[in-house]
Design a protein around this ligand. Sequence first.
Ligand code: SF4
Length: 356
Amino acid sequence: MKKKLLGLSLSELQTVVQDLSLPRFTAGQIAKWLYVKRVSSIDAMTDLSKQARQALSESYETGWTYPCESVRSKDGTVKYLFKVSCDVGTKSVESAIEAVVIPDSDRKTLCISSQAGCKMGCKFCMTGRGGWHGNLDRAQILSQIMSIPEGPQLTNVVFMGMGEPLDNYDTLSAVLDVMTSPWGFAWSPKRITVSSIGVLPNLKRLLDEHKCHVAISLHNPFPDERLSMMPVQGAYPFLDVLALLRRYDFTGQRRVSFEYTMFEGFNDDKRHADALGRLLRGLECRVNLIRFHKIPDFPYGTSSDRTMEAFRDRLNTAGITATIRASRGEDIFAACGLLAGRHQEADRKTAISDNR
Ligand code: SF4
């Protein structure tokens, strides 16, 4: 099987060309074709000699993956589905992942996946329910940004799709290097947000090694209640995550925000707002209140607009900046994991009927 070029750093490309006995400057040319001109085939790298292209093609491919389906919402949100194959142990597991483009006045934000499925088991999440089907590799993550029609116009990327990015840290870190390095996309880290439920050791690595924004999925200020929805609370209690965050500076370019999905009758009353305000006091941050998209067989519904507004106002009065995030793409199953979940269900049904 051929190795993938997409996602390799400049120094890794230098090793590739050295191993193929090609001139050292070829690495810079390849990086330019991959990350600036964004070509999807080695043949298109026309300033490489024919011999160089041939030598590269014998062992490498670019590694682009294209979406196999897209759905457009009436509000302009577009969801793309990619079929991927992930190495899990000695097996190759076929799966589906999603990326969502969210246009908003002069911004075009892409929400991308870092894993096929997820191990973290958050009870309110369709992706979590479907289990883990493997880590995406660098090329599969970058393809979500590069192979969609909106790729060249994207203003921001958020790692908030399927999977826990910090559970695939080495790959995430290499992708962030491609996105922010001068030999890569040369993006400012301010255009990138990594969302996590708080996988502590890798959160520390992310904060030490990268300058992008961080969004932490909190969803409940009370440890026992959070644990009932999010098993990660047992391994990495939120208070420890907060203690780590307080050691970093979020008053300058880098921001930290907290995601708080509101479930009716579970985490949306005054007691929760006050506890959340106390918990975050003194930290330069923002709270994003998220409207819950109801999923099957889940005991809680969506908090009303009035409840969400009262919650926001209570936080703001306590000195915590809180906003209600606008719901986008509801008519196309924009909630995390729903399109891919539907596909996996369809694939499963096909597999079942094929086997009858
Ligand atoms: Fe995984 Fe995020 Fe879903 Fe939790 S919410 S199961 S971390 S994808």
